[in-house]
Design a protein around this ligand. Structure first.
Ligand SMILES: Nc1nc2c(c(=O)[nH]1)N[C@H]1C(S)=C(S)[C@@H](COP(=O)(O)O)O[C@H]1N2
Ligand SMILES: [Mo]
Length: 200
């Protein structure tokens, strides 16, 4: 099956209000929240793998990744620790475009992001097809700083920011929902900021 990756608007750009999700406060800064250290990543050996419930697993090196169609998105960050940061400009590859490189099996309904360093987080497949969901290498016009996930991070802005994996190295397609790192330690399995899906 070829996934329907026709451009989709993320729900909060149309019907999520107020803009500041409940229980959040605005910050001008950009806090760093990492469990553990910053992994050492060499672009010469960097790889991104799409695997799991696909017909044809794909592995890209950095050059191949950067040759994919590039997109921009503008979105707000809502962190479960209650800070929000408006108006982030991201550049990278839409996750929908990444997924169109493979034939996703029809039973695939969820994904797990895998990151260098071992971090994982799960997201429903449908929700990664919104056009603001990116794998981003650039933030506010500059290469993504290492502590914020450079060279590449997930950006899934309609969910709490722990769903945006830094240092991503793969997407695994799965039939069933499976908890990622923070989800195993009590964070909500879904994480919608407007429903305050913080902890379970
Ligand atoms: N690989 C990895 N990705 C991660 C994390 C992490 O510890 N490791 N922390 C998550 C959490 S809890 C948050 S709030 C955001 C923080 O991103 P920032 O440090 O760029 O603000 O990254 C998410 N992605
Ligand atoms: Mo977080």
């Amino acid at each position: 099956m070829t996934l329907d990756v026709s451009r989709r608007e993320m729900p909060h750009s149309t019907d999520k209000s107020p803009r500041l999700a409940p229980g959040q406060r605005l910050t001008d800064g950009f806090p760093v929240l990492t469990y553990g250290g910053v992994p050492k990543i060499d672009l010469a050996t960097w790889q991104f793998r799409i695997f799991g419930l696909v017909e044809d697993e794909v592995t890209l090196n950095w050059e191949q990744f950067m040759a994919l169609p590039q997109s921009k998105s503008h979105s707000d960050i809502h962190c479960v620790t209650t800070w929000s940061r408006y108006d982030n400009d991201w550049e990278g590859v839409r996750i929908a475009d990444m997924l169109s490189l493979v034939q996703v099996k029809p039973e695939a309904k969820h994904v797990m992001f895998h990151a260098y360093g071992g971090y994982t987080t799960n997201v429903p497949l449908d929700e990664l097809l919104y056009n603001d969901a990116l794998l981003a290498h650039t933030h506010d016009g500059a290469p993504l700083p290492l502590e914020h996930g450079g060279p590449l991070r997930g950006v899934v802005p309609h969910l709490y920011f722990w769903k945006s994996a830094k240092w991503v190295r793969g997407i695994e397609l799965m039939a069933e929902e499976r908890p990622g790192f923070w989800e195993m330690y009590g964070y909500h399995i879904h994480g919608d900021p407007w429903k305050e899906e913080r902890y379970s």
